[in-house]
Ligand binder design. Structure first.
Ligand code: DGL
Length: 274
């Protein structure tokens, strides 16, 4: 039986992570699962995000995955810890679920020169304070000053394919301006939502010169590669068929068109109930 790596997101955003993971490690099999029918997760409660994420992880386990990446900051912020600490020991202690926040936080120090960091994310990720807590923990001696801001309009713009519309430019500029007014010294902005790289062209138009923008795909891909090097027991179990399969909870929607655009490769998805 094949043992693909599962990659989960509430919708299209996780494709920005999958793309870089497949580029870094094309030899493995992958299953992408987008919960497009229930997206966005960003404004949902802890309980609901946990419930949906747990359901998706169990589905990916049923499909043969032993390793699942939550390619979603909201799910990583609100569900990962409970899944790791409560669910996995009960379900199968050999399986693993990893998130995107920790690798991103580790990478921050490579970018900032003055320690002033901006974090743009969903309302849920901001409310969880996961980035504030993780940055304070991992970089405790560096005294980083972190300003976070929720951008509630950005995910709907992506999910509705309004990336190139004047509305996208308006809302991208609006949130970047607010962030920079909150701390004009910010020299590094973390795009702490996997949907946001899909707006990268617009984002770059409004970020002041000299400010670094951190996108998570390559960082997560490198961190996963490193994880597999350190965990040969997991790496040995993964199947190596170079197959990438796509599943979405959405029915008759525009997943294939959008995913083909984002993956820059033909995507034919299948509908799935979770
Ligand atoms: N892509 C997700 C994230 O990284 C969340 C989008 C949403 O469902 O609100 O937070």
């Amino acid at each position: 039986m094949s043992c693909p790596i599962g990659v989960f997101d509430s919708g299209y955003g996780g494709l920005t992570i999958l793309k870089d993971i497949v580029k870094e490690m094309p030899e493995y099999d992958y299953i992408y699962l987008g919960d497009n029918a229930r997206t966005p997760y960003g404004m949902r409660s802890f309980d609901v995000v946990y419930k949906y994420t747990r359901e998706a992880v169990l589905k990916l386990f049923d499909m043969g995955c032993r390793l699942v990446i939550l390619a979603c900051n909201t799910a990583s912020a609100k569900a990962l810890r409970t899944i790791q600490q409560v669910d996995l020991p009960r379900i199968d202690a050999q399986r693993r679920v990893l998130g995107v926040i920790r690798p991103s936080v580790e990478a921050v120090a490579d970018f900032t020169r003055n320690g002033h960091i901006g974090v743009l994310a969903t309302s849920g990720t901001v409310a969880s304070e996961s980035y504030l807590l993780e940055i304070a923990k991992i970089h405790s001696e560096k005294g980083f000053q972190v300003s976070q801001l929720a951008c509630p309009m950005w995910v709907p713009l992506v999910e509705n394919n309004e990336i190139d519309s004047p509305g996208a430019a308006f809302f991208v500029q609006k949130y970047i301006d607010i962030l920079m007014q909150n701390d004009p010294k910010i020299d590094t902005i973390v795009l702490a939502c996997t949907h946001y790289p899909l707006l990268r062209g617009v984002i770059d138009r409004f970020v002041p010169q000299g400010v670094a923008v951190i996108q998570q795909g390559e960082i997560v891909a490198r961190s996963l590669k490193d994880y597999l090097c350190r965990h040969s027991e997991m790496e040995r179990m993964l199947s190596r068929g170079r197959q990438v399969e796509f599943f979405t909870t959405e029915k008759g929607g525009m997943f294939d068109k959008m995913a083909t655009l984002f993956m820059q490769a033909d995507v034919v998805s299948r509908h799935i109930e979770i």
